[in-house]
Design a protein around this ligand. Structure first.
Ligand SMILES: *Cc1c(COP(=O)(O)O)cnc(C)c1O
Length: 349
């Protein structure tokens, strides 16, 4: 695990990396070490996986959902972040949608101006970068996921990274029961007892998963490169398909190309589109049903569903096409051919 952490930190060019059981607990630790408790508001995108918001609730803080930038840039909008800032605001959580870097430099400026912390949910984005700097290393804490469907997979698993020594010490202790010494140190006779200095958790990864992670990390740059080639091929083939938008055209920075999202024209019924793609043997998915629209969030916070118009539109129109390094150009063409067929048959193209 220490080896995996060291190499992951080196790959990102960050000072500290802590492997954890999954990204969700990593996000919980990030909120905890930044003391985002009751009374604190944290601004985040609603167009994310629910864990981004749940992690805020674990520490008793309150989420404030911001809209995305546009139908082309599905990342959190800097101007909508500013709209949500008030005296209780303490932090911003950004999520690099699909591996495409958010406007992190602009958001860092906002954070400095209002003295806010930044957590990066980089679950989609290991290997994405902006001006040569890796995503996940811009904010105070960055969190990565190694779940089976992510760019670097260990089954379950995650990593929390930071350049701040003060946060690193807290992360180290809180990931393992709040104990001051590690099992490994006691085993080696470096320590006989320990103190508990914090309400910690058992959020550790295990050695077997770290061993997988070491091997997967070696493959990550090559796999990301392959994802980028396949993404370029999709964009080329989809350019003349009517009735579709392909987000992140000409997007700044280098994407980890975790997802390939498209937006259906508002006259195409998404449910039938997905069913007809499935009939042709092609699985698609949706990223994401907006978090603020879920029953739990509606009941608890009563946020009106149409407060975030762009997020709402994407929540209704987005479809994620298959994308994985083992795909071939022929597979990409088969997906695009299927899309043409579905759209033509629906009589909407
Ligand atoms: C997958 C994912 C998570 C959660 O990761 P786990 O490792 O499964 O806990 C959090 N945020 C985003 C954006 C994700 O895609």
């Amino acid at each position: 695990t220490q080896d995996f952490e060291r190499r992951f930190a080196d790959y990102l060019g960050v000072k500290h990396a802590f492997a954890v059981a999954n990204c969700t607990v990593g996000l919980h630790l990030a909120n905890a070490v930044l003391d985002l408790g009751p009374g604190a508001e944290v601004i985040l995108p609603s167009l994310s996986f629910v864990a981004t918001a749940n992690a805020i609730l674990y520490t008793g803080a309150t989420p404030a959902f911001a809209d995305i930038t546009s139908l082309d840039d599905l990342n959190i909008a800097p101007r909508d972040i500013e709209r949500h800032i008030n005296q209780r605001t303490r932090a911003i959580i950004v999520m690099h949608y699909g591996g495409y870097p958010c406007a992190i430099e602009e958001i860092l400026q906002i954070a400095r101006q209002y003295n806010l912390a930044i957590i990066e949910d980089a679950a989609h984005a290991p290997g994405a970068s902006v001006n040569g700097k890796m995503v996940g290393t811009f904010g105070d804490v960055g969190c990565f996921s190694f779940f089976s469907n992510k760019n670097l997979a260990t089954g379950e698993g995650g990593m929390v990274v930071t350049d701040r020594d003060d946060l690193a010490e807290k992360l180290r202790v809180m990931r393992s029961h709040g104990m001051t010494t590690l099992t490994w140190d006691r085993h080696r006779g470096h320590a006989h007892s320990y103190d508990v200095v914090n309400l910690g958790y058992n959020y550790r990864i295990d050695e077997m998963r770290s061993a997988l992670g070491l091997v997967q990390l070696e493959k990550l740059p090559r796999n990301n490169e392959r994802r980028r080639e396949l993404t370029a091929e999709y964009r080329r083939l989809l350019a003349d398909v009517p009735g579709l938008l392909v987000p992140f055209s000409e997007h700044p920075g280098t994407s980890a190309c975790h997802l390939f999202p498209i937006l259906l024209g508002s006259d195409i019924d998404r449910h039938s589109f997905i069913e007809r793609m499935r009939d042709q043997g092609i699985q698609t998915s949706i990223h994401y049903p907006p978090i603020h629209q879920f029953s739990y969030y509606q009941e608890r916070f009563g946020i009106w569903a149409d407060q975030l118009p762009l997020t709402k539109a994407v929540g209704l129109r987005e479809v994620t096409l298959p994308l994985y390094p083992g795909m071939t150009r022929r597979d990409v063409k088969a997906v695009v051919d299927a899309i043409r067929l579905v759209i033509e048959r629906s009589g909407l193209g």
